[in-house]
Structures are given as structure tokens and as C-alpha cells.
Design a protein around this ligand. Structure first.
Ligand code: ADP
Length: 626
């Protein structure tokens, strides 16, 4: 019989595949097992209505022959007749594989085969000769399909004792770039089976070499034993009430390489528009590389118990990227998954549903298990804040109630809801103060008046905090307001009048201090927020001092600077002395600089010239001691 050619479009995909060195070649094992499993399914279903079919002992067998470089997989499933061998294995541009092919041509470097699989043809990545011998269920005849280098194929009559299919791969010779010999190692194949096909419902058997003791002291023999290498029932397919937390913990530790138990396990099943089972874990601690690009987010994706893809980041929103686990969906069977997953409408529905479940679980934890939630927040709170900030706050409504802050109220974590619920009657805004730590913030002079009024102040100790507040703008109709920005409007009418009068009275003094500072500040003014401290540095309503600091740490050269304003406490004795010295016509420029440097230090900024600072201070000390 003449050699037949693959259809042209099949040909091109085969070329791409056979020559692709970018691809994860391991997946041919999964693809062949999945086909065998389908063939067993078909035979089983057939046997339900056709009593002449015996569907007992359905199994998949893998044999490795190192000497001849043969990888053989056989099943006792439905089998293929001559026509089916021709149709099913002779053409590739069926079902979704055509779209897939077009995608591949756009960028043949993408590891797309590894992600989606292209069934039987993936074997050409590792083998240069493939023989498929099959005997259709109910038939006495067997046929063999042979293709060398995917360069056409031949079909001949053959022999096979029982119904089913045997596929023999003649593995390619190893090259410098790529080794194929590992696919002849029993350990390697066993681990691939466990990784990709552990939960296939039929036994996958292999002859495994075992070392056994002979009973005599210290003596062992090597024996070949036939073993089932897959576990067959996935944990997530069992009913939740049959599973102990220890089982989940063990599964989590084995599959997600965490030394600690998960903080929370979510195991649920959804039926309806999208049907899927999820087994999700919220870790207790962030992995060491969590906030780096090394961290791989995403869930494992299974379809009907068959592993499709690791780290499927399209299954969950980025702000929940700490979630580990897997999804098993019946709706995405392997045949359909040839389409690009990202564009798959089904995937988007899945993502929406998963996000919602995670959010609900976190909310519930916050409400019912506050300690646990706070431990979670210690690990992943920064992630949630970035989530609320990113994309111009597109996800703020989803996340805002999951975010905690520490505050002047009891020094504990608070939610914004809690903050708002205990706001004072005359309080309009939500106050926050930025600083390195709670301790440093507590000591800030800017806080004095606010605390006196009994208002609660949130501690913003992380870089992202103020950026997030800026994007959020308000919560429950209350604006976020920094204690060291703009006008806090805390004073009574009486105090306002006093400040206005003093500002006029000391106008000259304030102007000369500003001039002495030579453009460092845009204004020197009388403060409404200080009580005992003499000075503080604030900014106007634009960029804050803290944001300026963060941006400059990120080395965003050319960033605009915060508009700095030096505020003086008119009730402090220092202010009276300044006025007096000014009236006497003394030169105030050293004092102005010292005041400014003090204010910088308190605000946590470096002073520009420490030597000058020290010189000025020494001089003043000398004067004072005379
Ligand atoms: P898919 O499995 O996605 O349809 P494949 O290229 O892997 O694509 O296989 C093509 C077809 O060949 C299968 O749909 C099936 O009909 C047939 N086939 C492959 N392997 C076997 C097998 N072990 N037993 C029976 N039929 C098979």
C-alpha cells in the first residue's frame, strides 16, 4: 500500500511540533494516557448497553525498552479499525486544533503545546517512528499505522491478540540540546504519570523493579513487579465530609511545596453555568519570593481529572495571587481546550466565580476568625492594598473592606468600616499619618491637636498606603486626609481668629524666615495643628512629603517635589523669642535653617547638610552658655 500524506495544514503543524525545542515535551505522556483513558471510557459505555462487550479489567500499560529505545503504551479499550486509523490519525485539522495552529504560527516560540496539548501528534516531539497497532472492539482484524518522522504514514494489516490499541514510540536519539533517554527511565515516567495523570480513573500499570529482602539477614534480590502507578481517585473528587483536614494539609504540602499547613482550605463544587470543583488554599505565610517576579501565581487546571495546565493565572485575579490550589472543570474537556484558554469565555466565567468564592471566604474569616484573618493580613495585606490601588482603583470596591490598618485606637488592626462607625460627631474626614512605624507616627507633632479632639488616626506605614488612599479618595463618603497635608480645619472659630490675627501681626517675621530658607519652603505660617511642639513640616494638598520620599526611593528621577510648608506654633515660647529677636533686628537666618532642619528630622527626612546643622547648633549653644 502506498504511503499516504498528511493533509497540508496538518503537515505544517507537525513540522512545527516535531522541531519545536521550546516545548515541554513531557506532555506526550499525558496526551497518550488521556487518549487511552478515553478509549477505555468508550468501551465501558458501550458495555452498558451491549452485553456482548466485556469491560472488566480495563487498564493502561506502559512498557519501557531501554535497549531498543522504545516507549510503549497500550490499552484494552475501544480500539480503531482501518478507517478510523486513517481518519483519526491521518488528519490533524479537526476540532479546535485548527485555531490552535494559527496561534502557533503567529509565534512558534511560545510554549503553547505544553500548555494545551495537541493529542497524539505531540508524540512526534520525542519519537521519529511511531507505530499504532489497533484492534477495534468486536472485530477480529487488527491494523498497524506507521509514520516515520511524521513524513506521511502507512496502514497495514497486523495481528493483535485482544481488542485495544498499542502505540510504540521509537524515541529520537539524544542531542546536545535535548535528551530523550529520560523517557526510558521508569522513575521519570512514574513521576510524570503522578504529575499529569494521577487521577485517571483506570489503573496505569508498569513493570517496576523492586528490591526485596530474601528473609536472610542483609540479603536482597531484585524483582520485577507490576504496579499501578496512579492513585486513581482525586482528593477533590471525594465528598468534603469524607476528608479530614490532615488529608488536605498533606495534599497541600505535597503539591504546593509549603512547609506550613494552609491557613484556610476551600473545597467546593459549583454546578450551573460553569460546573467545576475547586480545592483552594490560602497559605499562612508568603513564600520568600512572593513579592518578586520569580513567584508564579495561578491555579492548577484539570479537566475531568486530567491535568491540563500548571499556574493558570487566568483562573484568578492578580490581587488574589497568593491563593494556591486547583480547579477541575467538566466543561473544559481536553478536546475543546485546544482553543486558547485565555480567550475562552468559559475561563472568564470560572475566574469570576473563583474570585467571588475567595472574597467571600476572606470576608467570613475576617468576621468569624479575626485572629486568623489578621495573621493572613500580616502576610498578604500588602498584596490587597496594591490590588486596590492598581488599575486606577478598578477593584477597590472588591477589596477595600478586606484591608486593615493599625491606628491610634488601641494600636490594633481596624477596618475602615470600624473606623467610620466610631467617628466623632463633628468629624468629617478619615485621618491618616504616614511614617516608618507606629512608634514614630505616634511621636509626630502633627498629631497633637487631632488626638486632643479624640479623632482616630490610621497609621500608614507602608509605601503603598498613601498611594492607595489617593486612588480610593474616600470611603463611605468620607475623604481620606493626611495629618501633614494642607489645612486640617481643626480649630474653633476662636482659634481661627487668633491665628489670623497672629499671622498679620507676625507677617514680617514669617516672610523673613521664608526668605532665609531660600526657596526650600513655599510658605512659613502659623500652625493650627500643633500643641506642644514648636515646628512641623507639612505639604499642601498636592503631592505629599511621604509620596515624594517613596518616589525618590524608587528612583523616579525628575519627579515633582512636594510643596513644603513650615508651620510654627504661636503658643510655643520659641515663637515669642523669635518675634523678640526679629523686632530687635537680629539676623534670623541661622534660626530659620535650624527650625527647618528640625522639622525635616521630625518628618523623617535627611537634612541636607548635617555639618552646617551641627555648626549652627554649636554656635547657639556657645551663645546660650555665655
Ligand atoms: P483527540 O484525542 O483530542 O481527539 P488525538 O489526536 O489525540 O486527538 O487523537 C485523535 C483520535 O484518535 C481520537 O479522538 C481517537 O478517536 C483516536 N485515538 C487516539 N488514541 C486512541 C486510542 N488509544 N484508542 C482508540 N482511539 C484512539
Amino acid at each position: 500500500m502506498a504511503k499516504k500524506q498528511f493533509k497540508t495544514e496538518s503537515r505544517r503543524l507537525l513540522d512545527l511540533m516535531a522541531n519545536s525545542i521550546y516545548t515541554n515535551t513531557d506532555i506526550f505522556v499525558r496526551e497518550l494516557i488521556s487518549n487511552a483513558s478515553d478509549a477505555l471510557d468508550k468501551k465501558y459505555y458501550r458495555s452498558l448497553t451491549d452485553t456482548s462487550i466485556n469491560a472488566e479489567g480495563l487498564r493502561i500499560r506502559i512498557e519501557l525498552d531501554k535497549k531498543n529505545r522504545l516507549f510503549t503504551i497500550s490499552d484494552n479499550g475501544i480500539g480503531m479499525d482501518e478507517k478510523e486509523l486513517e481518519q483519526d490519525l491521518g488528519t490533524i485539522a479537526r476540532s479546535g486544533s485548527f485555531d490552535f495552529k494559527q496561534e502557533l504560527e503567529k509565534d512558534d516560540k511560545v510554549d503553547i503545546i505544553g500548555q494545551f496539548g495537541v493529542g497524539f501528534y505531540s508524540s512526534f516531539m520525542v519519537a521519529d517512528r511511531i507505530e499504532v497497532t489497533s484492534r477495534k472492539c468486536g472485530s477480529e482484524e487488527a491494523y498497524r499505522w506507521v509514520s516515520v518522522n511524521a513524513d506521511g504514514y502507512e496502514i497495514k494489516k497486523a495481528e493483535r491478540d485482544v481488542e485495544g490499541t498499542t502505540i510504540v514510540l521509537h524515541l529520537k536519539e539524544d542531542t546536545k540540546e535535548k535528551k530523550y533517554s529520560p523517557y526510558l527511565e521508569s522513575d521519570m515516567i512514574q513521576s510524570l504519570v503522578r504529575k499529569y495523570s494521577d487521577y485517571i480513573r483506570y489503573p496505569i500499570v508498569m513493570d517496576v523493579e523492586v528490591t526485596r529482602s530474601t528473609g536472610e539477614e542483609g540479603k536482597t534480590v531484585k524483582e520485577i513487579e507490576t504496579r499501578t502507578v496512579n492513585s486513581m481517585t482525586p482528593l477533590w473528587k471525594k465528598a468534603a465530609k469524607e476528608i479530614k483536614q490532615e488529608d488536605y494539609d498533606q495534599f497541600y504540602e505535597e503539591n504546593f511545596y509549603d512547609y506550613a499547613k494552609p491557613l484556610k482550605t476551600l473545597h467546593y463544587k459549583v454546578e450551573g453555568n460553569t460546573s467545576y470543583t475547586a480545592l483552594l488554599f490560602i497559605p499562612e505565610k508568603a513564600p520568600y519570593n512572593y513579592y518578586t517576579t520569580d513567584y508564579k501565581a495561578g491555579l492548577k487546571l484539570y479537566s475531568r481529572g486530567v491535568f491540563i495546565k500548571d499556574e493558570a493565572s487566568e483562573l484568578i485575579s492578580d490581587y488574589f495571587r497568593f491563593v494556591r490550589g486547583l480547579i477541575d472543570s467538566d466543561d473544559l474537556n481536553l478536546n475543546i481546550s485546544r482553543e486558547i484558554l485565555q480567550q475562552d469565555h468559559q475561563m472568564q466565567l470560572l475566574k469570576r466565580s473563583i474570585d467571588k468564592k475567595v472574597k467571600n471566604a476572606l470576608e467570613k474569616m475576617l468576621e468569624k476568625e479575626r485572629d486568623k484573618y489578621e495573621a493572613f493580613f500580616d502576610s498578604f495585606g500588602t498584596q490587597l492594598k496594591y490590588g486596590a490601588y492598581e488599575d486606577y482603583g478598578a477593584n477597590k470596591d472588591t477589596l477595600i473592606d478586606l484591608i486593615l490598618f493599625r491606628s491610634t485606637y488601641e494600636d490594633k488592626y481596624v477596618t475602615l468600616k470600624e473606623y467610620v462607625s466610631r467617628m466623632k460627631e463633628d468629624q468629617k474626614d478619615i485621618y491618616y499619618a504616614c511614617g516608618e512605624s507606629a512608634e514614630k507616627i505616634k511621636a509626630m507633632p502633627q498629631l497633637e491637636k487631632i488626638l486632643e479632639k479624640g479623632y482616630e488616626v490610621l497609621y500608614f506605614t507602608e509605601n503603598v498606603d498613601e498611594f492607595m488612599a489617593t486612588v480610593l479618595m474616600n470611603y463611605d463618603g468620607k475623604n481620606f486626609r493626611s495629618v501633614n497635608k494642607g489645612d486640617l480645619d481643626l480649630e474653633s472659630e476662636e482659634e481661627k481668629k487668633e491665628i489670623a490675627e497672629e499671622s498679620i501681626d507676625a507677617k514680617d517675621l514669617l516672610t523673613s524666615l521664608k526668605e532665609a530658607l531660600n526657596g526650600e519652603v513655599s510658605e512659613v505660617r502659623i500652625s493650627g495643628r500643633l500643641k506642644t511642639h514648636p515646628v512641623c513640616l507639612v505639604s499642601d494638598d498636592g503631592l505629599s512629603l511621604n509620596m515624594e520620599k517613596v518616589l525618590s526611593e524608587m528612583n523616579q528621577g525628575g519627579m515633582p517635589k512636594a510643596n513644603r510648608i513650615l508651620e510654627l506654633n504661636k503658643d510655643h515660647p520659641l515663637f515669642a523669642s523669635l518675634k523678640e529677636a526679629h523686632e530687635k533686628g537680629e539676623d534670623l537666618s541661622d534660626y530659620a535653617k535650624l527650625l527647618y532642619d528640625q522639622a525635616l528630622l521630625i518628618a523623617g527626612f535627611p537634612i541636607e547638610d548635617p555639618l552646617e546643622y551641627s555648626r549652627r547648633l554649636s554656635e547657639i549653644m556657645i551663645k546660650a552658655m555665655h
